[in-house]
Design a binder for this molecule. Sequence first.
Ligand code: SF4
Length: 330
Amino acid sequence: MSEKLIQVEHLKQYFPAGGFGKNKKYVQAVDDVSFFINKGETLGLVGESGCGKTTTGRTLLRLYEPTSGRIVYDDQVIYDSEKKIAVNMLPYRRKMQIVFQDPYASLDPRMTIGDIVGEAIDIHHLAKDKKDRYDQIITMLERVGLNSEHANRYPHEFSGGQRQRVGIARALAVNPEFIVCDEPVSALDVSIQAQVVNMFEDLQNEFGLTYLFIAHDLSIVKHISNRIGVMYLGKMVELADSYELITHSLHPYTKSLISAIPIADPKTARASKRIPLEGDVPSPLNPPSGCRFRTRCPYATKQCAEEVPQWREIEKGHFAACHNLEKINS
Ligand code: SF4
């Protein structure tokens, strides 16, 4: 039995964006991304808005059908474009859940909190009878810091942090093994973010959960993640153990993200060198040739415009894609 719960190989997600025949255009939201997630670990996924991290999470759950690639869940191939395998996802929907970024938009305003949490229990026939259903709903609400009085209320009666707790209770109600946490704290006040992140950690310890934790803020991801993957314009550019990535990043894009993390100590902050990112992220409709980061990279060479850098294991468990890693890090 593998220790890996999820394996993603050469995953691509291209969305049609108009045009006909040869001129048909595609948004290359995720392009040839490979990684794995071990059982019980948290893999953080970071990058600027539009880098493809949310699409990666949704595609591996097959909420979006992949364009190509291979996805293995607990040694079972659930998608393989080459072998034309695309299994029925219903049995996996219970095991693989998602918590969405916007807790208000993801909760039906016409349903009570009890029914929102109970809906998943109904779909998967997890309750013996009405009383069992009610008991399961209350247990889940209490697990996330709410109580039985909240069950008959509607989403608009809750704060952002409480609504996110409802979203988490809904995901947990079906007793999942794996949760894609899709920017679950980005829409919350900074004061609430730490509480919710701590709750994710407590629930992971209690239920043995495995997370893909997506966020654009590296300072949040580094607290909760065992390993971190960095995405840029649909490509994974670096992946390593969290501590290794923060202290010994190799890729210029990761280095600039790390240098943007606020440092509490003014002395250390003054001494640390900020590496500013210039220019905007190019369009995924028409990404730069070769390395997609080359239009913003201070180390770009002619080769960077001509060849796509290979995804390589530089040191054990530390992967990166760049032609000039040795020069940049010497
Ligand atoms: Fe910069 Fe070239 Fe490395 Fe891309 S491959 S990150 S452009 S040095």
